[in-house]
Ligand binder design. Structure first.
Ligand code: ADP
Ligand code: ZN
Ligand code: ZN
Length: 719
């Protein structure tokens, strides 16, 4: 037999099938070791066939089988994705095998256990030997290290040499958060039951679950998953990384115990390895995790859930630049199972698909137990400034904060962006201090008294003088989370304040630790950025302050209105989830803005109708597709040259298919340099998807060792 093998080398020159003769036991989906160019490398068996297109006597043989990590579905999905994104197969296969699984860096963990074998004659004076043997007779087996600690090294050794006790190796499962179980399944409300019946009973495969914040969507997901398990199938549950909270884990463990495997960036390599193995072996049937969990090695999938489907983190920013929902759709089709996309603020694209009947629409317009949605008060910051208030807080917000704290409740203060505009400006010449590697301004961090670049992470010593003119009159503009915390401490010295942003959440436990503290009521006010907007359920929070609601309206991006609506709705949704009614103070310099008006009234449909007609009139997604071809290189000249080649190759296409194009041009990217790489782009707006394969092929043909070329579809970020 012949095996078609992809070698695990992500390089376009070896991106093809190599044939090897295969003995019995080499199966499709196996990882094998094969001779390759004078050495032995890992490879994956894509296909087994009779005979070969080559002279069989010239073929080398597969050296050995390592394991069998890829299911038949994985192989079929990998082929589809490689074709769709013009991505080398070896690179696509890496999606299915996290780094921990490759190169043998992590292995199964074994530990020694002491096992009772038989009785033995023990001298009367050897009291601890007798006790140790009696103990093991009772237990049968016991962890070896603890056993030795308990009874002493000498006694245990003696028992081993007498043959009364023997050592065995036992596989240890590094399953994270085993103990974290609380809360039983709830009795579903009639609305929840109706939603589940509508999804499970529909002949449509895909549904949008549009439910306001606090409408009980999570319980619906969990029931859909439990139903799939009861039918003997498996499930995939995708959530944004940031929603993988302590409460979420506790709920999942309580409901599904060890049947749930959690794939989470905060896990250790060993934990990831074991969770992945438990899914592959079928011991665990539910894969829960962020974007990459869509590649979980579960078979016979019975339902796929994508929570907060509008979230930008579902779009991969590394090659292949896949959208998780698109992969989920392929998997749902392969398995013949339901795909459920849930959100309080669906993306305009998804809602459009529901509206036109392409997918089903299930709605939950009310919160659980008819709890009211929080009231959103608008604070006009223009008036505050006129009154001479230069602090980040309006009078209204201060008043509400006082009430909230005096009643012993918790508050969330939300800032639109981490350290937004917290940059350093020279008051003499107006120069803004920029990163040496990126074309972006640096942000001042008062705690470390340094300047940081939020694109590449570089950190700089605080400047004493302007690098342009030497003036010592430097000033800081804007408001960052640190500054807000400082101001709050002055106003409410007794309040305990937590801060959550990219700076405080790096490290293994990251946001998990901060959210747990807040949930355990070890703090009164949580100050944060985008990260605190999503999915969290803190029943004691009765006030949310949004400091700069319009910040995201000013981005020159067609999605900025949509993002602002989503953000306000999501952040507001954190308030009043418990017994008490919640309030929100929304600070803005633009109180008449229609997006804010719709958001204040929780009028998603009003917002959607307005937005969709705007998109139709201006020919933006979902009525068109934006495609950007990025060309980046350390040498500006090389980037420019390659851009030219890409541009002219695409221009041929443009000229023959003009009717497909709404826009076509080349230019510098808005941020001209990131991490020392110059960035140039060809930007296109297309009427449909027909030309996509051709665009990929023509663009990627110009990749080289020094120049990176990649294609982005409807990119979330056009910087
Ligand atoms: P969503 O995901 O739609 O924002 P959640 O799933 O977080 O909403 O539910 C909101 C609140 O309602 C949570 O505190 C949850 O525990 C509670 N809840 C959900 N379903 C029920 C139910 N059937 N009975 C009682 N409480 C429920
Ligand atoms: Zn200056
Ligand atoms: Zn930088």
């Amino acid at each position: 037999m012949t095996a078609e093998v992809i070698v695990d080398i992500a390089h376009s020159e070896v991106d093809k099938i190599f044939e090897y003769t295969a003995a019995e036991g080499v199966k499709e989906g196996c990882r094998v070791r094969v001779p390759f160019g004078g050495r032995t490398v890992d490879g994956y068996v894509m296909r087994i066939k009779e005979g070969s297109d080559f002279d069989p006597s010239k073929l080398k043989a597969v050296a050995c089988v390592v394991d069998e990590p890829l299911t038949a579905e994985c192989l079929s999905l990998a082929r589809a994705l490689s074709a769709r994104y013009h991505c080398p197969m070896a690179q696509v296969l890496r999606l299915f095998l996290p780094a921990e699984m490759r190169r043998g860096a992590v292995r199964e963990l074994y530990k020694n256990v002491a096992v009772f074998v038989r009785e033995a004659e023990i001298p009367a004076r050897a009291k601890s030997q007798a006790a140790a043997l009696a103990f093991l007779r009772e237990r049968g087996r016991f962890p070896y290290t603890e056993y030795r600690e308990k009874f002493g090294d000498g006694a245990v050794r003696a028992l081993l040499s007498r043959g009364a006790v023997r050592l065995e190796k036992e596989r240890v499962n590094r399953t994270p958060l085993r103990g974290a179980a609380e809360g039983a399944p709830r009795e579903l409300t009639p609305a929840q039951r109706a939603a589940i019946a509508a999804i499970e009973g529909s002949e449509k495969g895909e549904h949008l679950l549009h439910g306001v914040t606090g409408s009980g969507k999570t319980e619906i997901y969990l029931t859909l998953i439990a139903d799939a398990i009861a039918r003997g199938r498996s499930a995939i549950f995708l959530v944004p990384e940031i929603s993988l909270t302590p409460q979420m884990f506790a709920q999942l463990r309580a409901r599904f115990g060890d049947a749930a495997a959690i794939l989470h960036s905060g896990l250790s390599a060993g934990e990831k390895f074991d969770e992945w193995q438990r899914l592959r072996s079928g011991e665990a049937k539910i894969a829960i995790g962020a974007r990459s969990a869509v590649f979980a090695p579960v078979e016979n999938v019975g339902v796929i859930v994508v929570d907060e489907e509008h979230d930008g983190s579902y779009q991969s920013e590394n090659s292949p630049r896949y959208a998780a929902a698109e992969v989920a759709r392929l998997r749902a089709a392969y398995n013949g199972c339901k795909l459920v996309l849930g959100s309080a603020t669906p993306s305009v694209e998804t809602y459009r698909r529901a509206e036109t009947g392409e997918i089903g629409l299930v709605e939950l317009p009310d919160r659980i137990n008819a709890r009211p949605l929080p009231e959103i008060l608008i604070a006009d910051m223009r008036r505050e400034v006129r009154r001479g208030n230069n602090s980040p807080f309006s009078a209204q917000l201060r008043e509400e904060l006082e009430t909230c704290l005096s009643q012993g409740n918790q508050a969330i203060v939300f800032l639109n962006r981490r350290g937004f505009a917290q940059s350093v400006v020279c008051r003499e010449c107006g120069a803004v201090v920029k990163c040496a590697q990126c074309d972006v301004s640096l942000t001042y961090h008062s705690e470390e008294h340094c300047l940081k670049c939020h694109y590449c992470g570089a950190s700089y010593k605080m400047l004493a003088a302007c690098p342009e003119c030497g003036s010592v009159h430097l000033s800081y503009t804007g408001t960052g989370t640190q500054k807000v915390v400082g101001e709050l401490k002055k106003l409410y010295p007794a309040a305990r304040i937590l801060r959550m942003d990219v700076d405080t959440t790096s490290g293994k436990e990251g946001h998990y630790r901060i959210l747990k503290k807040f949930a355990d009521r070890e703090a009164d006010i949580l100050v944060g950025t985008q990260m605190i907007a999503k999915g969290h359920d803190f029943p004691a929070v009765t006030l949310v302050g949004i400091l700069d609601a319009d910040m995201s309206l000013h981005f020159s991006d067609y999605r900025s209105g949509e993002r602002t609506f989503q953000l306000i709705t999501q952040v507001s949704g954190r308030s009043g989830r418990g017994q008490e009614k919640g309030r929100v103070v929304l600070q803005t310099y633009d109180p008449e803005n229609y997006i804010l008006r719709f958001a204040v009234n929780y009028d998603y449909k009003g917002f959607y109708r307005h937005e969709i007609s705007l998109r139709a009139a201006t020919a933006f997604p979902p009525f068109a597709r934006i495609v950007r071809v990025m060309v980046t290189a350390e040498e500006e000249k090389k980037a420019v040259e390659t851009l030219k080649e890409v541009y002219f190759s695409l221009k041929e296409l443009f000229e023959t298919r003009r009717e497909e194009f709404l826009f076509f041009n080349r230019m510098k990217a808005p941020v001209k340099r990131i991490q020392n790489k110059f960035r140039y782009q060809v930007l296109m707006r297309l009427k449909g998807d027909d030309l996509l394969p051709e665009i990929y092929a023509r663009s990627l043909a110009h990749r080289s060792r020094d120049v990176l070329v990649y294609v982005e579809e409807d990119p979330a970020n056009l910087s």
